[in-house]
Structure formats: C-alpha cells, structure tokens
Design a protein around this ligand. Structure first.
Ligand code: COA
Length: 255
C-alpha cells in the first residue's frame, strides 16, 4: 500500500461548535484509506470526520492539517504577516492566522524553521527554502498542506462551503466535456469549482499563469487536471458538509 500523507487536526475547544457546523457528517462518497491515526488530541466525532475527509485526499508524504477559526487567531500572525493585513477586517485576519498556525506546525513537523509565511505580491505564501505548500480558509475552517520540495513540484488546497452553485453559473465553471460528470453525480458544481481553485493555487506560484475555469480540464477517470498551456497535476476532492480539494504534482512526474 502506498505511504499515506500525514495529517494533523488542530483542536480549539472554544470553536468546536463552528467546526461541527462547517464540517458535519461525512457522506458516503468519502473513501477511508485508513483509520484515524492514534494520538491526535481529543478527537470527537466531528474532528474524526474532518480527519477522515482530509486524509482521504492527501497525497503520499504531504502533510495536511486544519483547524476551526477562532476569534483570537490573528494573534498568531507574526509582525510582518500582521502588517501585510493591516487594512483587513477581523475575520480575514483570523482566517489567515488560523491557516498560518496550521502551516507552521506542519512545517515544524517536517523540520523547517519558520519565522513567518509572508505573501508574494501576487498573494501566494512564500514558503521556507526546500518546502512547498498552500493555504485555504472558509467561514469556519482553515487548512494548509505542505511538503518537501524535493518530492513535490507544487501543491494547492481549497476549502469551500458546501452551498451548491446555481445551475445558471455552472457553464462558467464546468466545461462542456466535463458536464457528464455533473450529470452522473461524480462531483457537484461547487466541487468542480473547488478542484479548479486548488489546481490554480498549485500552479500559479510555479508557472505564473492566470487561469479561467475553462482553461482547466478535469479528467474524472485519471483524476488529472490539464491546463490550456499543457501543465498536468493530480487532484482529489471530498465533500463532507464542507468541500476539500487538493492538487499536486510530484517532482518525479509520476502521476
Ligand atoms: C487565489 C485564489 C484562488 C484564492 O481563492 P479563495 O477561494 O478566494 O481563497 P482561499 O481561502 O481558498 O485561499 C486564500 C489563500 O490563497 C493563497 N493565495 C492567494 N493568491 C494566490 C495565488 N495567486 N496562487 C496561489 N495561492 C494564492 C493565500 O495563501 C491565501 O491565504 P492568505 O491570504 O491568508 O495568505 C483567488 O483569490 C484567485 O486569485 N482566483 C483567480 C484565479 C482563479 O480562481 N481561476 C479559476 C480557477 S482555474
């Protein structure tokens, strides 16, 4: 069996209620590859569901984690990170702080020394030398995925609230050659949106090419995504009461 990705669930008792609303019950389309790892902190049913969901889509040897966003999460921002968000509202500062808390802990697990995760002018986080990763946050949950750059070319993560996108807007997101997968119920429109966001977040820091939704073609059999300029990445997505998607490319180019 392939080595699975490493997962950490970050528990904030104060915000458990928000997490249970944001994540909720795992649906049947989640495939469990292994039981939750032992030793995580105070796993209750909801956190176990979050762990299952993230673990089920985490690529081998990447580290993924999530926490529910708390009102004081902005305090985790370093001075530089905080200054970059000076004009942002409290919810944005808290979400950014929560995602960076997760990312820094995962980087620590990987042996990286991290002062901060500053933003590039284009908005993506700048990772310590030798590492690659991605951040995402939604109303209640923040997540990060990180890995060593000697194994991974690029990584992207996206979380979305589960509300379905209106059918009228579907044509902006779903290509004609992908519509069968929506009809057959393989993915929801919102999941296709989420996967393409994860693909963009993986590739943009690497290739610096802006992408529209129709510039990304999802192959639902191979779970590869191909861009209009020929880049190919893997993707996985899972839907609980929130949607999580991860996209990545290994350095070895083994898909
Ligand atoms: C970057 C983008 C995808 C972020 O998506 P989002 O749903 O608004 O927000 P998320 O919570 O998922 O992600 C936010 C994080 O993405 C990261 N990010 C921002 N710009 C990024 C970029 N150009 N590349 C990679 N990551 C980026 C940041 O870490 C940010 O968190 P932070 O502000 O706390 O540091 C979006 O703002 C964007 O620029 N979209 C244009 C391209 C696109 O979406 N095309 C359609 C899909 S192909």
């Amino acid at each position: 069996m392939a080595h699975q990705g490493i997962l950490r669930v970050f528990v904030n008792p104060v915000a458990n209620f928000h997490l249970s609303r944001a994540v909720g019950a795992v649906q049947q389309d989640v495939r469990y590859r292994r039981p939750p790892s032992a030793g995580l902190i105070m796993i209750d049913a909801t956190q176990a569901q979050l762990e299952y969901a993230l673990q089920s889509i985490c690529p081998p040897s990447a580290y993924v984690g999530a926490r529910h966003i708390a009102p004081d999460d902005h305090l985790a921002l370093s001075l530089g990170e905080s200054a970059a968000l000076a004009g942002a509202v409290a919810s944005v500062r808290n979400a950014s702080g929560a995602a960076r808390t997760v990312a820094k802990a995962l980087l620590g697990d990987l042996g990286a020394v991290v002062d901060g995760l500053p933003r590039a002018p284009a908005g993506f986080p700048i990772w310590p030398e030798g590492f690659v990763g991605s951040l995402s946050h939604t109303r209640g949950v923040a997540a990060a995925v990180v890995a060593r750059r000697d194994s991974f070319d690029c990584l992207g993560i996206d979380i979305e609230d589960p509300e379905e996108i209106e059918a009228d807007l579907a044509r902006l997101i779903v290509r004609k050659d992908e519509q069968w997968a929506i009809r057959d119920g393989l993915l929801s429109i919102r999941q296709v949106f989420s996967v393409k966001e994860a693909v963009f977040k993986a590739l943009y820091p690497h290739d610096r090419v802006m992408l529209d939704f129709h510039d990304v073609f999802l192959d639902f059999e191979s779970s590869h995504a191909t861009t209009q300029y020929g880049a190919v990445v893997n993707w996985r997505s899972v839907r609980t009461e929130a949607i999580f998607s991860i996209a990545w490319r290994l350095r070895s180019c083994e898909y």
